[in-house]
Design a protein around this ligand. Sequence first.
Ligand SMILES: NC(=O)c1ccc[n+]([C@@H]2O[C@H](COP(=O)([O-])OP(=O)(O)OC[C@H]3O[C@@H](n4cnc5c(N)ncnc54)[C@H](O)[C@@H]3O)[C@@H](O)[C@H]2O)c1
Length: 347
Amino acid sequence: MGGRPGRLLVVGGAGFIGSNFVRHELVEAGAGDVEVLVYDKLTYAGRLENLHDVRGLGGFRFVRGDVCDEGLLERVVGEFEPDAVVNFAAETHVDRSINEPAPFIRTNVLGVFTLLEVLRRLGGDTVYLHVSTDEVYGDLWGVEGEADESWPLNPSSPYSASKASADLLVRAYGRTYGIRYRIARPCNNYGPYQHPEKLIPRTIVRLLLGRPATIYGDGGQVRDWLYVGDTVRAFDAILRRGGDFEVYNICAHQYATVKSVVEAIVRLMGRDPSRDIVYVEGRPGEDRRYAMKCDKIAGLGWRPRVSLEEGLRATVEWYTGNRWWWEPLVDERYVLAEKPWRPGGGP
Ligand SMILES: NC(=O)c1ccc[n+]([C@@H]2O[C@H](COP(=O)([O-])OP(=O)(O)OC[C@H]3O[C@@H](n4cnc5c(N)ncnc54)[C@H](O)[C@@H]3O)[C@@H](O)[C@H]2O)c1
């Protein structure tokens, strides 16, 4: 597809990465000549507060709906006639997927199937940008090298298994029905508007509340950390210059262990890592290392711009200055609890 699409249907656009993408499209990349319709169920993770500064803009529309609601989705696609559909809608917290996998299978697998069926019937030439994850490649601990886009899918958690299942469905719909998909697989994202159940905001919020930061296990898990402002530019590059039926890894090659990231935040916030971090039992089956090759997306002219140090600083500043945004999201189980919460306290 040449150029950027004029009408974007952003499914799950009220969550963390989705809302940052919508802001990028409406305010920066396509200011004035793009229409965005956000379709979102507004689960615990999706909030209109995430879009508070763009909701009044001319090109913005919102429909509350479930990605599994075929009838409503069909009406929205039929009326809006999007040039591209970008799908962020998912259950996303690995800890929750261990405690209660069913919503992950429903939204992340059945939801994608529903969307593909609607596009098969009504999509015409619509491009489908499917948001996947580096977690579909599974644990690369002890494995030489980094996963490229043809690396086998080897998921470990109910979350990553649901995401890998969706990727397979998307590819099958491309091959069988000609759906013009592009799959994006970003690494660990962080930045403004991320729910405080996730590691980086949880650490910042806990410290702001005067509690110690927590690390699950020994903190030796290696992740590649990408600032969300960089990720959304990558999605824009894939929409503008990407190829149909292609998969793109999106990464920063800014590898750091969970321990070193938490320690960096503790120091940035003027605390002492030897006093203000507690180590608690890890979660079952946790992957030790993710690592991807990202030459393909570099070929679209995209590079990350924000270093981990700058990104962490900006994120700490944002959470410090936006208590109104995160205070209603602080819960006992996934933010305040010192160890991973399990129903009945089991493993
Ligand atoms: N955050 C990361 O580090 C990361 C990394 C790689 C990939 N991803 C992928 O990026 C996408 C977005 O992640 P995020 O961190 O922004 O997630 P998030 O949890 O912050 O947001 C998910 C959004 O989807 C919506 N949603 C959930 N179920 C829905 C349903 N049934 N129907 C309609 N909307 C529904 C929620 O209301 C919310 O707005 C996901 O597909 C995730 O797998 C995230």
